[in-house]
Design a protein around this ligand. Sequence first.
Ligand code: NDP
Length: 254
Amino acid sequence: MNTVAFPARWTRRPSTLVEPELAQRVALVSGANRGLGLEVTRQLAASGMTVLLGSRDASAGERAARQLRSEGGNVFVAPLDVTSPADVYALAKRIERDYGRLDILVNNAGACFDAGNEASSVDMTIVRQALEINLLGAWQLTEAMLPLMRRHDYGRIVNVSSGCGAIDSECASSPAYRVSKAALNSHTRMLAMELGGSGILVNAVCPGWVATDMGGHGGRPVAEGAAGIVWAATLPSRPALNGGFFRDRMRIDW
Ligand code: NDP
């Protein structure tokens, strides 16, 4: 797919950007101790870059990172609860101190607490939790990490979303999850518009139905779901695919 997501008027600044070598790149994946995040980390590390494996449970994160290092990856654990501003800003400081850059941010951490619920009656505590993790967690982490991308005029931000968040989705179950992903999609478009021409590309990716703890049995293999996320995290600068919603590298409807 060789088209830009936005009309030309949304791309304000000209870009004269040099892409960092793969081995130079530093990536951060949130919620990476298991499921899609773990596999995205594995695949990014396989390309030779340094990957920080975000995990709110430090020991689960360290176990996962150790496993990926034993496979040859340059992977280090990054303690990170995306709902904790203290965690988020401490990590931004640490990345600045240790690497002085961040090239890739995969906002993967997510949760769904309201399968089987409906919008007319779902508990508001659950709705708030979904928004805290799936929307505000990604938003805040992005704000904290953006200065590390702007510094080198290069960045790839991938918001791991879901077809459930598509505005014309016809299913009424999991309303809090759906609204949180629809809002994440909206944030993706807004940020992409703001950053047009900056060298930082922002896209949303649906991994499809994947057989993780969240997806359950019957979904596709985790490696397949992760591949579309890794693709968006390693997009070339030309053509500048920015502000799109993708599944398996194909554009899908918002
Ligand atoms: P899993 O439930 O397998 O893994 C979720 C990950 O997110 C875990 O590592 C979990 O950490 C982490 N997480 C949850 N809350 C937080 C938090 N507050 N801070 C940091 N990490 C957190 O889910 P998947 O791997 O299936 O999903 C990954 C992403 O893909 C999600 O955004 C999901 O919405 C999306 N997605 C998944 C689909 C599927 O079919 N699986 C379909 C469409 C989208 P912990 O282990 O500590 O709980």
